[in-house]
Design a protein around this ligand. Structure first.
Ligand SMILES: NC(=O)CC[C@H](N)C(=O)O
Length: 226
């Protein structure tokens, strides 16, 4: 399977993502420019973290208009897997591929730290290698990670088990401790923490591997780094 990692002006976690996919997981991965309008040769798309278009207006608000996002919309509509990490999550909500929005952190400060998460749904193609309610450690690094949705949307998310990751300590003020959600169809996942920064012991945690290994396993690929 071949991963596409779109690069927007201001992306800064794109190379970390490709490093995790290629060098750690031995998967095929390519950086694709935001001007790309065809993703049909790829099997999965991961929107990386960063400050696309300088986070002007709101994080992800301009990136959603990049040509590659039209292709991501079609890719997602075809049922193929899409993951958005941090700024990628922000772009997915701005694009309407996931519900809710990411607001400024409750502290109004940029937060860069390790965060403890609880895996709440292991029945998604991105999380089958975790155990239900497993506590994992992943880095967070964001100024606008405070997930918000209205009460009706939250009830929908809860009813359909779309809350995949919760913060144990809610560092940013997110509604219902939400750190990551999945769409109703189960093929679009967004999360603020960075699994690509937790794939080697030297990085302090390997708890991010589970996301990539789950996806690779569920796509019928051999996992080389468990
Ligand atoms: N690491 C990132 O992707 C940063 C996310 C985002 N631009 C923010 O600060 O909220």
């Amino acid at each position: 399977m071949i991963f596409a990692v779109p690069v927007f002006p201001g992306s800064n976690c794109d190379h970390d993502m490709v490093n995790a996919l290629r060098d750690v997981l031995h998967a095929q991965a390519e950086l694709v420019p935001a001007t790309t309008s065809d993703l049909s040769t790829y099997d999965a798309v991961i929107l990386p973290g960063g400050f696309s278009y300088g986070d002007y207006l709101r994080s992800g608000a301009i990136a959603r208009f990049a040509p590659v996002m039209t292709a991501v919309q079609a890719f997602a509509a075809a049922g193929k897997p899409v993951m958005g990490i941090c700024n990628g999550f922000q772009i997915l909500t701005e694009a309407g591929l996931l519900p809710g929005a990411l607001q400024a952190n409750r502290s109004a400060k940029f937060i860069c730290q390790t965060s403890e998460l609880i895996v709440r749904n292991t029945q998604t193609q991105f999380t089958t290698t975790y155990t239900e309610n497993q506590h994992i450690q992943l880095p967070i690094a964001h100024g606008e990670g405070n997930y918000y949705c209205d009460a009706a949307t939250l009830a929908e998310l809860q009813a359909h088990h779309q809350i995949v990751f919760e913060y144990a300590d809610n560092p940013n003020g997110s509604v219902a401790n939400i750190a990551g959600i999945i769409n109703r169809a189960g093929n679009v996942l967004g999360m603020m923490p960075h699994p690509e920064r937790a794939v080697e012991a030297i990085l302090g945690s390997i708890d991010g591997l589970g996301l990539f290994n789950s996806l690779l396993t569920n796509q019928g690929q051999e996992v080389t780094h468990a």
